[in-house]
Design a protein around this ligand. Structure first.
Ligand code: SAM
Length: 280
């Protein structure tokens, strides 16, 4: 992932110089608590039992693994990521925040999700669209098949997707992030979109109150997969009861963060949804 610092080159360090891009990422785009709430509730609803064994694919800083083992003394988590640097960061920053008993129930594996052997999972997660780095049908099917093999008989695969007409545009979107008086701006940059193959190049930048920036803190080369394409591929790989979940709206018209099963939804400019696929 390419990254560049810009701003003050003098003696005084800028906020960007001192920033930790992994922590900024967590603060900007992750909500492990609500994700684990959703996963445990849906699993119980769909299977009639509690999920205990979870694998977080593309785990990055392993934020969801950590939340999972915090929730119950029988919960176990395996985080899989190719990148040793981010796993080292997780081991140095997130794992030590857990109690020893919780630490003993978490395992970080440096491996390719296409090849990893960790099986016997109640739940496999592929969140924040990470599986979109598989840009052709054959590779995505390979991945989905491998996930299905990793699940127990009533296991469930949880993934997410985004879309809406803005998803097909080259554009930037900014969000202010509160961080105990050390707020910053998160910038989602859809830098390039090719309508011929739906390939997109996206970056995450961070901007700080002193004018400094962490440009291209993270970069992604993805294919923008649509829900019908994802659903067809999951079905072709043997998954059953593929369900999409959409957010409702609060009285101010803002998304309420509560995802409910749907078979149709509004053609909004931008949306994010969860999907579940049952091993069946
Ligand atoms: C967008 S981050 C996802 C972080 C986190 N799971 C989340 O939900 O925000 C994508 C991660 O996938 C990892 N990754 C990319 N290709 C992979 C592969 N084939 N197998 C395992 N991890 C991979 C990258 O190293 C990176 O840490």
């Amino acid at each position: 992932m390419a990254r560049k610092h810009s701003g003050n080159k003098g003696k005084t360090k800028t906020i960007a110089d001192k920033a930790d891009r992994y922590r900024l990422y967590e603060l900007s785009v992750q909500s492990p608590e609500s994700e684990v709430d959703f996963v445990s509730r849906r699993f119980r609803k769909l299977t009639g039992r509690q999920a205990r064994v979870l694998r977080e694919d593309f785990c990055g800083t392993a934020a969801v693994c950590c939340e999972w083992v915090r929730r119950h003394r029988d919960n176990e988590a395996t985080g899989v990521d190719l990148d040793g640097e981010v796993l080292d960061w997780a081991s140095a920053h997130n794992i030590p925040r857990l109690k020893p008993g919780q630490q003993s129930r978490i395992r970080l594996v440096k491996d390719d999700v296409l090849k990893v052997s960790a099986r016997g999972m109640d739940v496999v997660l592929a969140m924040n669209f990470s599986y979109w780095l598989f840009r052709d049908r054959a590779t995505l099917k390979w991945y989905f098949r491998a996930v299905r093999k990793a699940l127990v008989a009533d296991g469930i695969f949880f993934l997410d997707a985004f879309g809406g007409y803005d998803a097909f545009r080259e554009m930037q979107e900014e969000r202010e992030i509160e961080n105990d008086g050390r707020g910053f701006t998160y910038v989602w940059d859809q830098a390039r979109f090719n309508p011929v193959d739906n390939r997109m190049r996206c970056h995450i930048h961070f901007a700080f109150p002193d004018g400094s920036r962490l440009a291209r803190a993270f970069s992604y080369e993805w294919r923008l997969w649509t829900i019908p394409e994802i659903r067809d591929l999951l079905e072709e790989c043997g998954f059953r009861n593929i369900t999409a979940y959409w957010q409702g709206f609060d009285k101010n018209g803002d998304a309420d963060g509560r995802f409910r099963p749907v078979t149709s939804a509004d053609a909004d400019a931008g949306w994010i949804c969860y999907l579940t696929a049952e091993k069946g």
